[in-house]
Write a protein that binds this ligand. Structure first.
Ligand SMILES: [Zn+2]
Ligand SMILES: [Zn+2]
Length: 180
């Protein structure tokens, strides 16, 4: 959904109130959700205000998707929640020319827009990407897979002998034996 700068009234624009909730579930449709397999917005809020040509966004969302666990490779459901405040500066002006932005809080994220309007999908997709954890784990306690048989250790022990990690001393022992 595209919102033009000229669509934002002086008092600001409550995107949900003005455009309805129906667009929320389809917002991320057609986007490549990598590293997730699927991703959709469950709920979202977005308020836009203009200050000069800078667009201030205040929003929040709950998103849900499927991902493969980095350790055990099983599919699990990821739930992401975030609140965000950003200021979008017209790209033709750049950060150096922006006088307003410097006066605002330092933790305010600064982005750019083309000067005519913002694509709501891009806005939310960027925030979803920022909310992603560094590692996608089905759970903090995930035990991963057995390096020998590939069995999922979360489902129980396999019959493989305990794999001992080969350290540098093992190599020394071998060399010593060969000498003897
Ligand atoms: Zn896992
Ligand atoms: Zn095994």
């Amino acid at each position: 959904m595209y919102i033009r700068v000229s669509d934002i009234p002086r008092e600001g624009l409550d995107v949900i109130a003005s455009r309805g909730k129906s667009w929320i579930s389809g917002t991320l449709e057609g986007m490549d959700p990598y590293p997730l397999q699927t991703c959709r917005l469950i709920s979202a809020g977005l308020f836009l205000t203009l200050e000069g040509r800078d667009i201030f966004t205040g929003g929040s969302f709950v998103a849900e998707g499927e991902a493969l666990c980095d350790r055990c490779t099983e599919v699990f459901t990821v739930r992401l929640e975030k609140e965000f405040h950003t200021v979008l500066v017209p790209s033709d002006r750049g950060p150096s020319g922006s006088t307003n932005v410097e006066l605002h809080e330092e933790d305010l994220e600064i982005g750019f827009y083309d000067g005519s309007g913002v694509e709501v999908t891009d806005l939310f997709w960027e925030q979803v990407a920022l909310a992603l954890p560094v590692k996608l784990l089905c759970g903090e306690e995930c035990r991963g897979v057995c390096p020998r048989c590939g069995g999922n250790r979360n489902r129980g022990e396999c019959a493989c002998p305990e794999a001992r990690a080969a350290g540098p001393f093992d190599l020394l022992k071998t060399l010593k034996k060969e000498k003897e």
